[in-house]
Design a protein around this ligand. Structure first.
Ligand code: NDP
Ligand code: GDR
Length: 366
């Protein structure tokens, strides 16, 4: 009998990669998706088969983290061996605009799932993974951050995730549930949401390079992050549920870059260099040298500007993780480095922009 996994947030970046991984491992995979007016399954369409297909191994159920009854019903129906709770309002800046909803989905959502496991009598069957975050460290109290570093969240998102972190540990200690937190630092990929800074940069500069847009508007260029690759990190999520005992782990690369460096690396991979000029909110990035033919950019063209709208009411300036525990106890090493990650994202977005450009160029003008 194959193992059965339930993934909340299966339509998101991590959910899609994790579903892929679990299917490869022979799992029957169930996912919770929200009802939306347009399809929201683009990231998993390549692995989805109609449920009437006798070989189907991936099944989707409607539900919402803010709706206990839907979660209870799905857990009761699926009787999962493993639950990966990846669903969340995951955008830090948006959490300042929607703090109450963020708390409902990101803090109470995990509680609803844990209660479903408990009340359905699944405590000794179902293992639970909670998508915890480096945002718990917020205003950092120690560098690098490890499992023992004190938390100091800096956003409604971080505070909601703090509740989720502790309620997961509480159900482990109170009821003996196999439940653990992966404290994951930022991880990116070509499937990353378009409003997170890395994807905004790769997509934006790709569109600039193909003449579809003039400029990318960003916020704090000095923020430092420990960026890893989502494909490496979902493997860790699975590994954490395969141990003898549940434990919480930091997952990070141990390497840090600024947003500004991410811009420079992206431009380099696309075939041009960035020079910075101006100061503070007037700082801009312009094209220095152009090293590749066929790009719609010229030396001197300003392609990055600051828009203070993207500054946050309280910022997390710097994050750098120490994943020694995961390395030593789980034998985990990230395989994809910073340059490779940037190259993959840049190539993916360049190809999409080139396609859009060719459609414009071949559309007859009337
Ligand atoms: P995404 O934003 O790409 O995906 C979030 C998923 O949650 C989507 O499937 C989304 O559905 C779903 N979702 C959002 N709100 C609800 C709701 N109320 N009910 C049901 N589903 C909902 O996030 P990632 O894949 O990047 O991250 C996965 C998890 O890991 C999140 O919990 C995030 O907070 C956490 N995390 C992420 C890190 C990262 O760097 N990526 C680092 C540390 C933690 P829809 O597609 O309909 O929007
Ligand atoms: P983060 O990721 O807040 O770390 O949360 P994001 O990519 O949104 O921001 C990283 C840093 O870049 C700065 N920044 C900008 N950010 C965005 N989104 N847009 C901009 O234009 C911009 N300009 C500069 C931000 O201020 C910030 O300092 C992500 C999410 O995936 C969370 O769900 C997850 O928990 C954490 O990573 C770890």
């Amino acid at each position: 009998m194959s193992k059965r996994a339930l993934i909340t947030g299966i339509t998101g970046q991590d959910g899609a990669y994790l579903a892929d991984l679990l299917l490869q491992k022979g799992y029957e995979v169930h996912g919770i998706r929200r009802r939306t007016s347009l399809f929201n399954t683009a990231r998993i369409d390549h692995i989805y088969r109609d449920s009437h297909d006798p070989d189907a191994k991936l099944f989707l159920h409607h539900g919402d983290m803010t709706d206990s009854s839907s979660l209870l019903n799905v857990v009761a129906k699926v009787q999962p061996d493993e639950i990966y709770n990846l669903a969340a309002q995951s955008h830090v800046a948006v959490s300042f605009e929607q703090p109450e909803y963020t708390a409902n989905a990101d803090a109470l959502g995990p509680l609803r799932l844990l209660e479903a496991i408990r009340t359905l009598g699944l405590v000794s069957k179902t293992r639970f993974y909670q998508a915890s975050t480096s945002e718990l460290f917020g205003k950092v109290q120690e560098t690098p951050q490890r499992e023992t570093t004190p938390f100091y969240p800096r956003s409604p998102y971080g505070v909601a995730k703090l509740y989720a972190y502790w309620i997961t540990i509480n159900y482990r200690e109170a009821y003996g549930l196999y439940a653990c937190n992966g404290i994951l630092f930022n991880h990116e990929s070509p499937k990353r949401g378009e409003l997170f800074v890395t994807r905004k940069i790769t997509r934006g500069l790709a569109r600039v390079a193909h003449g579809l847009e003039n400029c990318v508007f960003l916020g704090n260029l000095d923020a430092r992050r420990d960026w890893g690759d989502a494909r490496d990190y979902v493997e860790m999520q699975w590994l954490m549920l395969q141990q003898e005992e549940a434990r919480d782990y930091v997952i990070a690369t141990g390497e840090q870059h600024t947003v500004r460096e991410f811009v420079e690396a992206t431009a380099r991979h696309m075939g041009f260099a960035i020079d910075w000029y101006g100061e503070g909110v007037h700082e801009c990035g312009r094209v220095g040298a152009v090293m590749r033919d066929g790009l719609h950019v010229q030396a001197g063209q300003t392609v990055v500007r600051i828009d203070p709208r993207y500054f946050r009411p309280a910022e997390v300036e710097t994050l750098l993780g120490d994943a020694s525990r995961a390395r030593e106890e789980l034998g985990w090493e990230p395989r994809i480095g910073f340059e490779q990650l940037v190259a993959d994202m840049a190539n993916h977005d360049l190809a999409a922009a080139a396609l859009e450009r060719s459609r414009i160029d071949t559309t007859p003008h009337t």
